[in-house]
Design a binder for this molecule. Structure first.
Ligand code: ATP
Length: 357
C-alpha cells in the first residue's frame, strides 16, 4: 500500500504562510505532478512529504502510516533532485549501491539490484565511470537508479530535469514515464513547466500561493480550467483574454469589449444580460476566415516556431496570439480576419476569475 494522503496541511515560515490548508489524495501507483509558478509552495509540499520540513498543521499519511513525526529515513521514500546529489569520488555502480550498502544489504543482493537498475536505465556500459565523466542526462539516470534500488513506497521528484538542455529534457521525460509504467511506484513530481506536467501526469495539481487551484487529468484541466489563473498557466502559448459586457439577442450572444468589438460566444452560457465577464480563447483555436463577420486584427509580431507560426494581432484592443500553420504567410501591419469558435470560448467572472458554466 503506498497511497499518500495529505489532509489540511499548513506550513508557515516565520510570518509567511507558504501552504494554506492543502488536501490531496494520491492513489497507489499514481503519477501526480504538482505544478505552479515560482514560490507557489510546490517544493515545500514535496519536502513535507519527504520529512525535510516540519508540518505546522494537518496530517500526511503514506499507506496507512501517519508520517508527521517520522524522520525522512523511516518514511521509505526516495527523492530525486535537480542537482543529482551524486558522490563525485564514487563510480556509477557505487553511487547506485550507496543506500543499499548503508542499509547493510548483502553483496549478492546489492549486485543484483545495481545490475537490474543499470539495465533498465541503460547505464550498463558506464558503471565504472565517475560522475564527472558523465553527461547531465546520464547523471540524472544514475540519481534515478540510486532511488530505484531502494524499492521505495513513493518516488519524489523535485524539478529533476531543469538542469538539462531542451532536447535531453524531452528524452528524459519519456524515460521517466516508461520507468513509471514499468515499475508502477507512486510518484509525486514537482515542476514549474506546464508541458512537463501535462505529458507526465496521470493527474495534474495546479498550485498558486500555497493553495490548490485545480486537480484533474491533464486534458480535463486544459479543456475546463476552473479559473482564469489555471486557464492562463496551462496551455502554450497562453490563452488570450478579453473583458466585456455580455449581450444576448434572439439567436446570438456576444461579449462587447470597451472598444466596441463584439466577440460572438455560445448562447448557452449561463450569464445574465449586461454582466461584465472575461472570456478566454486558446491561440490554437483561433483561425483565419474569409467571412466578413470575422474580427479584424492588425498583425503586430510574427514568431515562427517551425511547423507553426505564432502571430500576435491587436484584437478588441488586446494583443492576441493565433497559432497558424507556417505555410500561412503574413507581415506586420497586415489586417487578418479572425474567427473565434463560439463553443471553445471559456468564460470567467471578471472579478473573481472563477469559471462560469
Ligand atoms: P520554485 O519553483 O521557485 O522552487 P516553489 O513553488 O517550489 O518555487 P517553495 O520552494 O515551495 O516554492 O516556496 C514557497 C514559498 O515559501 C516561497 O515564497 C519561499 O520563498 C518560501 N520559503 C520556502 N522555504 C523557506 C524557508 N526555509 N524560509 C523562509 N521562506 C521559505
Amino acid at each position: 500500500m503506498s497511497a499518500v494522503t495529505i489532509e489540511g496541511v499548513h506550513k508557515h515560515f516565520g510570518g509567511f504562510h507558504a501552504l494554506k490548508g492543502v488536501d490531496l489524495e494520491i492513489r497507489d501507483g499514481e503519477f501526480v505532478v504538482l505544478v505552479g509558478p515560482s514560490g507557489c509552495g510546490k517544493s515545500t509540499l514535496l519536502r513535507l512529504i519527504a520529512g525535510l520540513e516540519e508540518i505546522n498543521e494537518g496530517r500526511i499519511a503514506i499507506g496507512d502510516r501517519i508520517v508527521n513525526d517520522l524522520s525522512p529515513r523511516d518514511r521509505n521514500i526516495a527523492m530525486v533532485f535537480q542537482s543529482y546529489a551524486l558522490y563525485p569520488h564514487m563510480t556509477v555502480a557505487q553511487n547506485i549501491a550507496f543506500n543499499l550498502r548503508l542499509a547493510g544489504r548483502s553483496r549478492a543482493e546489492i549486485a543484483a539490484k545495481v545490475s537490474a537498475a543499470a539495465k533498465m536505465l541503460e547505464l550498463e556500459s558506464l558503471l565504472d565511470r565517475r560522475p564527472a565523466e558523465l553527461s547531465g542526462g546520464q547523471r540524472q539516470r544514475v540519481a534515478m537508479g540510486r532511488a530505484m534500488v531502494r524499492n521505495p513506497d513513493v518516488f519524489l521528484f523535485d524539478e529533476p530535469l531543469s538542469n538539462l538542455d531542451a532536447k535531453l529534457r524531452v528524452q528524459m521525460r519519456s524515460e521517466i514515464k516508461s520507468l513509471h509504467q514499468a515499475v508502477g511506484t507512486t510518484s509525486i513530481y514537482v515542476t514549474h513547466d506546464q508541458i512537463e506536467a501535462m505529458t507526465l501526469a496521470d493527474r495534474v495539481v495546479v498550485l498558486k500561493a500555497g493553495s490548490i487551484q485545480q486537480q484533474g487529468k491533464p486534458l480535463e484541466i486544459y479543456r475546463k480550467p476552473a479559473n482564469r489563473f489555471v486557464a492562463e498557466f496551462i496551455g502554450s502559448p497562453p490563452m488570450n483574454f478579453f473583458t466585456g459586457r455580455f449581450l444576448r439577442e434572439d439567436r446570438r450572444a456576444a461579449i462587447v469589449a470597451s472598444d466596441g468589438t463584439a466577440i460572438g460566444v455560445s448562447r448557452d452560457l449561463a450569464i445574465e444580460e449586461g454582466r461584465i465577464v472575461t472570456i478566454g480563447v486558446r491561440p490554437e483555436h483561433l483561425t483565419l476566415t474569409g467571412d466578413p463577420d470575422g474580427l479584424r486584427g492588425r498583425v503586430k509580431f510574427i514568431d515562427p516556431t517551425g511547423a507553426q507560426t505564432h502571430v500576435t494581432v491587436e484584437l478588441a484592443g488586446e494583443p492576441t496570439v493565433i497559432v497558424l500553420d507556417s505555410a500561412v504567410e503574413c507581415a506586420p501591419g497586415e489586417i487578418l480576419t479572425v474567427k473565434v469558435p463560439r463553443d471553445l470560448v471559456h468564460a470567467f467572472d471578471a472579478d473573481t476569475g472563477l469559471r462560469i458554466g
